[in-house]
Design a protein around this ligand. Structure first.
Ligand SMILES: Nc1nc2c(ncn2[C@@H]2O[C@H](COP(=O)(O)OP(=O)(O)O)[C@@H](O)[C@H]2O)c(=O)[nH]1
Ligand SMILES: [Mg+2]
Length: 206
């Protein structure tokens, strides 16, 4: 069967229970929101295809349960993921604390070396802002996280934009790999290399 997309990415959503991970997934994929979503048991995933720079980008997004009971299963799902979306709720200090102390450690332990991380502050429709900009900035700098959005699954604010930005980042990342591939085929052969100058032998063996 022909592939119905140009790029495919596996994305994991992680964060404490109740921050709105499932709501974000539903908002992004189906553009719906409900105040009473059934809480996620174990792991669930959905597909969404976005058009980015003329390419069909298919995202397979895994929604994990944040509750303690499922934490040990979740670790296996980081394998092979291109990106992890870390979520906390802006009105919930504890969710930020757990994200910056527990979830990031878990992600760093299990993720692939080139796995991208995006940080989302959900529930930005709620006026109560319990986490300061400084705290967020410090956390991002510490873990070299470049992608951050304040979003609301409830209103839909910035949700599409956030995932599109992530898709763009992942696409941009894939590029240098192709360039590297090209370099390999163009690189000098072993015998050519042996003829090149070396610090110990500046004349290049001639
Ligand atoms: N005000 C507000 N509530 C939200 C938002 N997203 C989720 N919620 C509510 O937060 C609760 C937990 O959401 P859920 O998606 O189940 O969180 P999960 O446990 O991280 O999957 C539910 O009552 C949601 O209706 C949001 O953007 N704004
Ligand atoms: Mg859930």
């Amino acid at each position: 069967m022909l592939k119905d997309y140009d790029e495919g990415y596996k994305i994991i959503i992680a964060g404490s229970s109740g921050v709105g991970k499932s709501s974000l997934l539903h908002r992004f994929v189906d553009n719906i929101y409900s105040d009473n979503l059934l809480s996620t048991i174990g792991v669930d995933f959905k597909f969404k295809t976005l058009e980015i720079r003329g390419k069909k980008v298919k995202m397979q997004i895994w929604d994990t349960a944040g509750s303690e009971a499922f934490r040990s299963i979740v670790s296996a799902y980081y394998r092979g993921a291109n990106a992890v979306v870390l979520v906390y709720a802006i009105d919930d200090k504890v969710s930020f604390q757990e994200m910056s102390e527990f979830w990031i450690e878990e992600v760093n332990k299990y993720r692939e070396p080139d796995c991208e991380i995006m940080l989302l502050a959900n529930k930005c429709d709620v006026p109560n802002d319990a986490v300061s900009d400084g705290q967020v900035r410090k956390f991002m700098e510490k873990h070299n996280i470049k992608l951050f959005r304040e979003v609301s699954a409830k209103t839909g604010n910035q949700v599409q934009d956030a995932f599109k930005a992530l898709g763009e980042t992942l696409m941009a990342k894939a590029k240098p790999k192709q360039d590297q591939g090209a370099k390999v085929t163009l690189s000098p052969s072993k015998s050519q290399l042996s003829q090149m100058s070396h610090p110990d032998n500046p004349s290049g063996g001639r």
